[in-house]
Design a protein around this ligand. Structure first.
Ligand code: FAD
Length: 390
């Protein structure tokens, strides 16, 4: 009998898994279920080229529409999976349909966090996750005026850069002492803060937002004693893994859907990949959940091969990139909060390298700014475990 593999989640992880199933010779039925009424797409352009208006919409698609038809991948868009019966091997859809599966991949991604700030539901307060969000923000920034970005993580910093580039006045508000403090620490975070300030962004750090004021529509953001008048607010305070379907399926959940190194969940024939998966990582000897593009790109295929019975572990080091103004940056590895920072070059320049080194002098992570083609060497140094002094 023909087997049916169902993939829930029309993001990068889901689309790459469907592609890999066919590439690796699976001849059964593949159904890809996507809640958004869009072809599966990649999200990095949404805060960069597509937000700026320099890249076309199609550039974000993982594949053109005909790709799915040619490979007999049944793509159901605009419909969410709402229920899973793992005993009966069935998935229920929001429109009442019910599908059987032999193997199921959950790649439902993540959703922006909405902190309990008074006024967050006013018109003009946005988050950025979808193509539609990016289009709304592009139109907002082009109108000019003042935008307040709450949260100076990756998305907040990229949105601030795009808004500024499109001519809006921008205030970037961050609770921590610097932008990107939690991910890069004070020294590098301070460097990014200066980058934004040098482009005319008002960078406000060490300050929490008390409320967003307005009368139906946003008018000001209150930070301490200051009320920043504004036309729009973008909330960029991180994402939470979208575990609703995993919970409905009764899977083990702990900061995402828990999987082993083959991306198998706690229930037979059910797999997870991408932002939603908290996967055991053989290199680190513990579970790691990664909310980055390369993780979705590479976990999708590994999950597909596991669905086909393969035993390949997912052991890629976490990797991330960002573009802000004329700065391109890549980061690889995973550093601890107490690792020391070794700068190769000077933070007064716009190109340098940084390594994070642990108490045993081993490099745990590294990044570069505008030094393309160096990330493989940084990865080699991390994996080699060679001690670094300095
Ligand atoms: P997603 O892309 O979130 O896709 C999951 C899909 O599943 C969604 O479309 C969702 O609607 C759908 N879904 C959820 N539940 C259901 C359901 N029950 N039924 C059907 N469908 C469902 N990473 C980087 O490394 N570098 C960057 O520069 C970068 N820039 C980014 C910019 C933006 C604006 C955003 C939002 C993210 C960025 N990322 C970046 C992160 C990267 O895009 C994510 O890690 C990646 O999108 C994760 O892919 P995914 O397939 O796991 O999940």
């Amino acid at each position: 009998m023909t087997e049916t593999f169902v993939i829930v989640g029309g993001g990068l992880a889901g689309a790459k898994a469907a592609e890999t199933l066919r590439e690796d010779g699976f001849a059964g039925k593949i159904v890809l279920i996507a809640a958004e009424d869009e072809l599966p797409y990649e999200r990095p352009p949404l805060s960069k080229g597509y937000l700026l208006g320099s890249d076309p919409r199609e550039g974000a698609y993982v594949h053109p529409r005909e790709f799915y038809g040619e490979r007999e991948i049944e793509l159901l868009t605009g419909v969410a999976a709402t229920a899973v019966d793992t005993a009966e091997h069935r998935v229920g859809l929001a429109d009442g349909r019910d599908l059987n599966y032999d193997r199921l991949l959950i790649a439902t991604g993540a959703q922006p966090r909405r902190p309990p700030i008074p006024g967050i539901d006013l018109d003009g307060v946005h988050t950025l996750r979808t193509l539609a969000d990016s289009e709304t923000l592009h139109a907002t920034f082009e109108r000019g005026g003042t935008v307040v970005v709450i949260g100076a993580g990756w998305i907040g910093c990229e949105v601030a850069a795009a808004a500024r580039t499109l001519g809006a006045e921008v205030a970037l508000v961050e609770q921590a002492a610097t932008p990107l403090h939690a991910v890069l620490g004070p020294e590098l975070g301070g460097w990014f803060g200066e980058l934004h300030a040098s482009h005319g962004v008002r960078v406000i750090t060490g300050a929490g937002v008390e409320r967003i004021a307005g009368d139906g529509r946003v008018q000001a953001v209150h930070v301490g004693d200051d009320a920043i008048e504004c036309d729009a607010v973008i909330i960029g305070v991180g994402v939470a893994p979208d575990t609703k379907l995993g919970e409905a399926a009764g899977l083990e959940i702990d900061n995402g859907i828990v999987t082993d190194e083959h991306l198998r969940t706690s229930v037979p024939d059910v797999f997870a990949a991408g932002d939603v998966a908290n996967a055991f990582h053989p290199y680190y000897g513990r579970r790691v959940r990664v909310e980055h593009w390369a993780n979705a790109l590479n976990q999708g295929p590994v999950a597909a091969r596991s669905m086909l019975g393969g035993t390949e572990p997912y052991d890629k080091l976490p990797y991330f990139f960002t573009d802000q103004y004329d700065v391109g940056m890549e980061y690889i590895g995973l550093h601890g909060p107490d690792d020391r920072v070794v700068v190769r070059g000077s933070l007064t320049d716009t190109d340098f390298q940084v390594l994070w080194v642990d108490a045993d002098d081993h490099v745990t992570a590294g990044m570069h700014v505008n030094q393309w083609d160096t990330i493989e060497e940084i990865e080699r140094v991390i994996r080699a475990g060679e001690p670094v002094r300095g």
